[in-house]
Write a protein that binds this ligand. Sequence first.
Ligand SMILES: Cc1cc2nc3c(=O)[nH]c(=O)nc-3n(C[C@H](O)[C@H](O)[C@H](O)COP(=O)(O)OP(=O)(O)OC[C@H]3O[C@@H](n4cnc5c(N)ncnc54)[C@H](O)[C@@H]3O)c2cc1C
Ligand code: SF4
Length: 511
Amino acid sequence: MNQTAMEIRLILGDQLNAYHSWFQRVDDQVLYVMAELPQEATYVRHHVQKVLAFCAAMRQFAEALTQAGHRVHYVTLDDAAAHADLPALLQALCADTGAQRLSYQYPDEYRLDQQLAQLQETLEIPVSAIDSEHFLTPRDAWQSYPNHRMEFFYRALRKEYGVLLDPQGQPEGGRWNYDQDNRQKLPKDAVWPEPLCFAHDVRDLQAMLARHGIDTLGTVDAQRLVWPLTRRESRALLDFFLHHCLPDFGRYQDALTPRDWSLFHSRLSFSLNTKMLHPLEVIRAAEAHWRAHQETITLSQVEGFIRQILGWREFVRALYWAHMPDYGSRNFFGHQRPLPDYFWTGKTDMACMAHSIGQSLEFAYAHHIQRLMVIGNFALLAGLDPDAVDDWYLGIYIDAIEWVELPNTRGMSQYADGGLIASKPYVSSGQYIQKMGDYCRDCRYQVKQKTGPESCPFNSLYWHFLHRHRNVLSDNARLKLVYANWDRQPAKQREYILDTAQHHLARINQL
Ligand SMILES: Cc1cc2nc3c(=O)[nH]c(=O)nc-3n(C[C@H](O)[C@H](O)[C@H](O)COP(=O)(O)OP(=O)(O)OC[C@H]3O[C@@H](n4cnc5c(N)ncnc54)[C@H](O)[C@@H]3O)c2cc1C
Ligand code: SF4
């Protein structure tokens, strides 16, 4: 490399924030470095679309910075492969350019944070870090916001940022949360918008991954990668969401169906997590759109959407930083069962699992209720090892970055943190899945049956889970009625149910 620079500034693959203060002034002494790192492509087995989308979006961002007059050194996977890891690459670049300092934006993952924090030990020049200017709360928000339930955290942020408040500073409509008005099942004749998909030709990147033997999962049409790769495309997806999906977002937020893969969901998580979009920009756009279209969009739709970003997204990040690194190994129930093969193929007779996993493999995407109440629910009921469950979720989804994946998977979905996020485990029998959608209609298993080989596995596994963890769950106030209900059932019936669950577990790979 024959460039010199006073300062090297590292931009990570999920730091594609064109509005960061770094980029507001062109400085010829600064060289921005972006790299397609083997360590990032392999720390878990990722979905092929995820690796392709990250690389392609990084390349577009590098190009945009160059167009704007900044000096950028882009290291492709071909070039990066010569270096053992990120510190080795940076060391070599600093030596080659004669840089006098190195800067980076604080990473969002603990793993990278540790790696970069140790840089100073190997480099002889000063190393400094700066905020990524993306989140609405600081990293240590868990300490600074006193109430550790999402709802109160969310309310505090609504007030702090003046979101969905009336002129008196009270919540619009008189309530903070409209969840009860949502959660509807899709009617038979429901119509939803055809998702806005992009069509990027990334075959050259696909060939590069093959050259380097990067082991991925899932499938891709590399001629037509559907994900937004630039800020402009991310804005287009946001506009599409506001006009076509927001009017029904909250209402059908929890709906389940094999007839589509994203319904009224925004699919903005990739754009948000790579920082192509700022959360406040999305929140303000949604609020403004609702204010201008109140005749067609009810408050409960927009409140439901904003709560996910202002509430859940910030909350899980705060929890992540407060509890890492030990959070990543918590296993409250001591579950150890390996993942059944259908997590990698989608080939199971359970229609809800086949569709939710199948579309995850096809699109690197499933919406929240598929992740939580179908796949996660099954994993928890069946006692799957949270380490394996975590790796699966971290690999498969386009938006999976550990700071947001881990609390959602290990915490919200698997209750492996013993209740830090969720006040009770998110488990249900097949009845909930039937209530929220039409998966059960064409399933080989009978959702109305609790016992016998043809019965829906979720039914008996639900009681088996509660029964086997009674010692740690029966004191939970929210489960008292559930246990009372179990105890009321005749002893013979309880025995049949537990036997059925054992039968299903014994042939879990064949379900
Ligand atoms: C087991 C499990 C694993 C998950 N893993 C991830 C992950 O790796 N990355 C990720 O971004 N989200 C994750 N989520 C949260 C949520 O499922 C996704 O954010 C959402 O499905 C993304 O699709 P969307 O953009 O269409 O979301 P929408 O339904 O349109 O929601 C809008 C936005 O709200 C935010 N959001 C919604 N729910 C959550 C939540 N629980 N936590 C944080 N942000 C939220 C996202 O930024 C999302 O883009 C996970 C949830 C579960 C139950
Ligand atoms: S019957 Fe059970 S396994 Fe089949 S789709 Fe319904 S909930 Fe899923």
